[in-house]
Design a protein around this ligand. Structure first.
Ligand code: ZN
Length: 147
């Protein structure tokens, strides 16, 4: 388990230091901001959504390492997926953070966030980007809050 923990920490460290798909997306037709008052995290998700498919996704973050890494991992996980598929991954993530013993294998690198489940106050950091994504997908420009 300690090797796995080290690996997970490396994934989170790497995605926090070098976030993927970070910045403004000029072609975005949906966006939503998420705010987690518990930690002070702010994440804006930019989506280019056509015919129910996430053609492209980027995010801007002023957030802690967990939220930034989660957002970065999320963009890699959902790009090219349908809204339904992205919702399913979101649900699997929420499940993972509540019950890390049962991580579905399809979560892939996202499973590196399972260690967050041991820190209840940080779970909202990990789920914030997903709530912003959901708001961007389902409401035309609504905002999300963890509260
Ligand atoms: Zn945070």
């Amino acid at each position: 388990m300690s090797d796995l923990k080290t690996l997970y920490q490396e994934v989170i460290f790497d995605h926090n230091k070098n976030p993927r798909n970070c910045g403004i997306l000029p072609t975005a037709n949906r966006r939503a901001e998420g705010f987690n008052p518990l930690c002070g995290d702010r994440i804006t998700v930019h989506l280019e959504l056509h015919d129910g498919i996430i053609q492209d996704v980027r995010f801007e973050a002023q957030s802690c390492a967990i939220a930034t890494a989660s957002a970065s991992l999320m963009t890699e996980a959902v790009k090219g997926k349908s809204v339904d598929e992205a919702d399913a991954v979101h649900q699997a993530m929420e499940h993972l953070l509540k019950d890390p013993g049962t991580a579905p294998s399809e979560l892939g690198p996202l499973a590196s966030l399972s260690g967050v489940s041991a820190f209840p106050t940080r779970i909202k950091c990990a789920t914030l980007p997903w709530q912003a994504l959901r708001a961007a997908m389902h409401d035309a420009g609504g905002d999300a809050s963890t509260e």
